[in-house]
Write a protein that binds this ligand. Structure first.
Ligand SMILES: Cc1cc2nc3c(=O)[nH]c(=O)nc-3n(C[C@H](O)[C@H](O)[C@H](O)COP(=O)(O)O)c2cc1C
Length: 215
């Protein structure tokens, strides 16, 4: 199990309900090599719900703390520009809604309730398959955190870090036997509006995740 030392987390979230996630184990049943070999983008999902335990492992893989000063994904100068959101639609023990992941204390904070998967898919240039995923992880960024240190070059660093986080998430989904697909085609303003992203925060990547159909 990962132990979470008290550490300051930068982002202010409006006071709201949220849910503490189960601590993610640091051992699993699939090797890294197997996950790499089996990762494939999925866009067909079965109806089954995801569990809170699976959500915990997925968001931890993307941006979780591994030590007081470390996360699962590298970050330029430890500036940590990324914010991870969960758009939950079909998750046991979690009401449908948009949640912001706070790596410390490994918790989801409710941003807005209700199932927004259909309008989210509309904002992703009508990729309707997205609405059939049990949940969608949205990776957003506050560029200023990194460009304040690295100037214009920091912009590319933020995109690179988003790729690291997304690949961690995709490999974790594979290791859990789930289907996932990275999505870069979407209307930025539409997604920002749906997730009620604060000013200065930009959505970079969507990753729908769900159970895979058994044929
Ligand atoms: C930056 C990026 C953006 C992508 N955007 C989309 C997308 O909007 N819709 C989609 O269906 N797949 C998208 N994909 C997934 C690719 O289509 C997929 O990775 C590719 O077909 C290779 O298949 P594989 O992932 O199974 O190896 C994206 C992949 C990347 C890396």
């Amino acid at each position: 199990m990962v132990s979470f030392a008290a550490a300051a987390e930068g982002r202010a979230v409006p006071a709201a309900q949220g849910v503490s996630l189960p601590l993610p184990p640091t051992a699993g049943s699939m090797s890294l090599e197997e996950a790499l070999a089996h990762r494939r983008s999925a866009c067909e999902f079965a109806l089954g719900a995801l569990t809170l335990d699976e959500i915990s492992r997925l968001v931890w893989a993307a941006q979780g703390f591994t030590a007081p000063e470390g996360r699962t994904a590298p970050s330029p100068g430890a500036t940590y520009p990324l914010e991870v959101y969960v758009v939950a639609g079909n998750v046991g023990d979690l009401a449908a809604g948009v949640y912001c992941y706070r790596p410390v204390p490994h918790r989801l904070e409710l941003v807005t309730d209700g199932d927004i998967r259909v309008p989210l898919a509309d904002a992703a240039v009508g990729q309707t398959w997205i609405s059939r995923a049990a949940m969608v992880v949205v990776i957003a960024a506050v560029f200023e955190r990194t460009t304040a240190h690295y100037g214009k070059r920091g912009e590319r660093y933020v995109y690179v870090e988003a790729g690291h986080a997304a690949q961690n998430l995709l490999l974790q989904a594979t290791a859990l036997g789930l289907g996932a697909r990275p999505v870069g085609a979407f209307n930025e303003l539409g997604i920002s509006h749906l997730l009620r992203l604060p000013g200065g925060e930009v959505p970079l990547y969507l990753v729908p995740v769900g159970r895979v159909p058994r044929f």
